[in-house]
Design a protein around this ligand. Structure first.
Ligand code: HEM
Length: 127
């Protein structure tokens, strides 16, 4: 019997869609982060982050079917991401993670990953 994936344990696609939608509700009002987004409409970015997280946590591999290998650090190279951008990203993601009201253990796993991933995306020295 396959152990249940984290993806299934948190509620599958619907949960990740809710997480990322909530996250972008923060970004759209953020004067530091919003200008980084190349497209006027955040719907495409919302879809890409949702599909990436779905794939990462054990759900369908639609992200790589559409986008190829994630190579996330490389894909973020066009955007200057310093400590301030990282912390703003994490603030909105923290709100979003808490809004899911997951069991504590699952919430901690998801949040610890976000902290690690956001730190690894920094590509500009601290001011
Ligand atoms: C794309 C900013 C961290 C996952 C983007 C884009 C921006 C951005 C501006 C382009 C939007 C678009 O897709 O059109 C940032 C900033 C971060 C950050 C400021 C602060 C640390 C992260 C982290 C993850 C992530 C931690 C993963 C957990 C993605 C993905 C895409 C993306 C999957 C779409 C890549 C593609 O397929 O083109 N990000 N990001 N980002 N970001 Fe981030």
């Amino acid at each position: 019997e396959e152990p249940q994936s984290f993806y299934d344990a948190v509620g599958g696609e619907e949960t990740f869609r809710r997480l990322v939608h909530r996250f972008y509700q923060g970004v759209v009002d953020d004067p530091l982060l919003l200008p980084l987004y190349p497209e006027e409409d955040l719907a495409g970015a919302e879809d890409r982050l949702s599909l990436f997280l779905i794939q990462y946590w054990g759900g369908p591999g639609t992200y790589s079917q559409q986008r190829g290998h994630p190579r996330l650090r490389m894909r973020h190279n066009p955007f200057v991401i310093g400590g301030a951008e990282r912390d703003a990203w994490l603030k909105h993601m923290h709100d979003a993670v808490l809004s899911l009201e997951l069991p504590a253990e699952l919430e901690k796993r998801l949040w610890d990953y976000m902290v690690y991933a956001a730190h690894s995306m920094v590509n500009a020295p601290e001011a």
